[in-house]
Design a protein around this ligand. Structure first.
Ligand SMILES: NC(=O)c1ccc[n+]([C@@H]2O[C@H](COP(=O)([O-])OP(=O)(O)OC[C@H]3O[C@@H](n4cnc5c(N)ncnc54)[C@H](O)[C@@H]3O)[C@@H](O)[C@H]2O)c1
Length: 250
């Protein structure tokens, strides 16, 4: 199977750590040049240094995906450095869990804005480069929570909205040979997840309910990203790939 990724350039939001970083390392191993971007400037610097040690060519650009001006600068700097953006991974996101009756509006706004507005701004900023080349891959990191999770009305709504965005984008951009797909991970053992006060409970439930009885690893999601970014996935668009060990809505 020829992934044919060597000449590609990927911009990955939230790639200072966690799943975004794992995706950067996995694509980097295939020869992809990486634009590392994150709201956390120190994490950008750290990630670029670690990737450079692995022989990956990168530029690091700190940016808040919700800030239109910063996103425009990010896209411009990516194109100045590498001439194009072929692959966009909209990965930046986080949870602010509370039952709706107790949810502060700022928690609703922060989660929905980062996931939806961030994806809208980043995709809009890099699409002209993809259209010009008649080749592109937009990969949106949704979540198993798109089916609903108690305490996550904000996060579930945003992750489900991301799937609607993905399907519409696929319909709009297919004629330019640009695919748009979503990945819906289940519980993945990132540092963030391991630091949650609820980690042990989440882990126990996942082990009980996952048909494949283990937690997901960042590499499991990174593998799916590499596949969807490759030429091998050129006829797959508007789809949702679940990386959940077989666990769906429950
Ligand atoms: N880890 C899981 O179990 C899991 C499961 C399903 C979905 N996801 C999704 O995967 C993505 C990555 O999750 P993770 O576990 O790696 O989390 P993480 O917190 O380790 O990484 C997310 C990164 O996004 C960055 N970020 C946050 N807000 C930003 C903004 N406004 N602009 C730019 N960068 C920003 C953070 O600084 C952080 O480095 C998220 O969208 C998350 O919702 C994670």
């Amino acid at each position: 199977m020829d992934l044919n990724l060597k000449a590609r350039v990927a911009l990955i939001t939230g790639s200072g750590r966690g799943l975004g970083y794992a995706a950067a390392a996995a694509l980097g191993r295939e020869g992809v040049r990486i634009v590392v971007t994150d709201i956390d400037a120190a994490a950008v610097q750290r990630a670029c240094a670690q990737l450079a040690e692995q022989g990956v060519q990168t530029i690091g650009v700190p940016a808040d995906v919700c800030n239109e001006q910063q996103v425009e600068t990010l896209a411009r700097r990516a194109i100045d450095a590498f001439g194009k953006v072929d692959i966009l991974v909209n990965n930046a996101g986080f949870t602010r869990d509370k039952y709706l009756t107790k949810m502060p509006t700022q928690d609703w706004d922060a989660v929905v804005d980062t996931i939806l507005k961030g994806t809208y701004l980043c995709t809009k900023a890099v699409l002209p480069s993809m259209i010009e080349q008649r080749w592109g891959r937009v990969i949106n990191i949704s979540s198993r929570a798109h089916w609903g999770n108690p305490g996550q009305t904000n996060y579930s709504a945003a992750k489900a909205g991301l799937i609607g965005f993905t399907r519409s984008l696929a319909l709009e951009q297919g004629k330019y040979n640009i695919t748009a797909n979503a990945i819906a991970p289940g519980l993945i053992e990132t540092d963030l997840v391991k630091s949650l006060p609820t980690y042990e409970r989440l882990r126990k439930t996942a082990l009980e309910k996952n048909p494949i009885p283990r937690l997901g690893l960042p590499q499991d999601v990174a593998n799916a990203i590499v596949f969807l970014a490759s030429d091998c996935a050129g006829f797959i668009t508007g789809d949702v790939l679940h990386v959940t060990g077989g666990r769906y809505a429950s």
